[in-house]
Write a protein that binds this ligand. Structure first.
Ligand code: ZN
Length: 261
């Protein structure tokens, strides 16, 4: 494709994907990108429509959100998912990373306990790397991925630098080095060899990132190559994971294929 053709193609695909995948959620704070991604999953699956960000925050009960927290949150809400990571636990070599420094000691025990009790709580953890081919086939199967990336590597083919939120650039200044950030990956364009993502740091409904860009962002040191793969909605929330006082309404999920096709 010529550059002009490619631009027109991206533009028309952007309109199409925004209309079809109209479930963007922007993060409210510097720390809640993982929760915003979880909220997007609920919207995409059209379940727990009435749940708000405040309720999600009260379920996780921490402002230092790890991938395992997001996994527990989604399991608590009845979503069927699998968590892929290189190491099911807290890696001590992250101790020197400014991004982790502040919370690692305080979080180590809590996070390890969540990993240890994962299977018992319906959170399936698999210790292995996944490939980009795996990403493509998972998306083709209608699955949604929440991916931990190093935000510094994330560049969108559509947005300019100025589209990035001021909040996130403030965080960038605060933490030199690895900058952990959660994004949702929900589409793949073979023509452009690029992935459609939703980045909770921006107000843009969809971003388009090249496969090799995603690859460097998600495999950067600090991510543990964490990926949450959300299959569908089982309709049986794991009530034991919900803090006392939070009750969920029974809901019936729509056909996932219809939502994701
Ligand atoms: Zn973008």
């Amino acid at each position: 494709m010529f550059v002009s053709e490619q631009r027109a193609y991206i533009k028309s695909e952007l309109v199409r994907t925004n209309r079809k995948h109209d479930f963007h959620v922007r993060q409210r704070f510097s720390w809640d990108c993982g929760l915003a991604c979880a909220e997007m999953v609920l919207r995409a699956r059209r379940v727990h429509a009435g749940i708000d960000a405040r309720t999600l925050r009260s379920i996780v009960q921490t402002t230092s959100v790890w991938t395992i927290d997001v996994a527990y949150l989604l399991a608590a809400l009845g979503l069927k998912l699998k968590y892929y990571t290189l190491q099911a636990g807290v890696r001590q070599e992250y101790r020197k990373q400014p991004f982790y420094m502040e919370h690692l000691d305080a979080d180590s025990e809590r996070v390890q306990a969540l990993f240890d009790a994962a299977a018992k709580n319906g959170v399936r953890v698999e210790e292995r790397a996944v490939s980009l081919e795996w990403f493509k086939s998972s998306i083709a199967l209608g699955r949604i991925l929440i991916v931990l990336v190093d935000k510094r590597f994330l560049t969108c083919q559509i947005c300019s630098k100025s589209a990035q939120s001021l909040a996130s650039s403030a965080v960038e200044r605060l933490y030199p080095g690895f900058l952990g950030h959660y994004i949702m990956v929900y589409g793949y364009d073979q023509e452009l060899d690029s992935f459609w993502i939703k980045d909770p740091a921006t107000s843009k409904k969809s971003c388009l990132i090249r496969a090799r860009v995603l690859e460097s962002a998600r495999r950067a040191f600090g991510t543990d190559e964490d990926v949450l793969c959300i299959a569908d909605y089982t309709g049986s929330p794991c009530v034991s994971l919900l803090p006392f006082g939070i009750e969920l309404q029974e809901e019936s999920a729509l056909n996932v294929a219809e939502v994701m096709s």
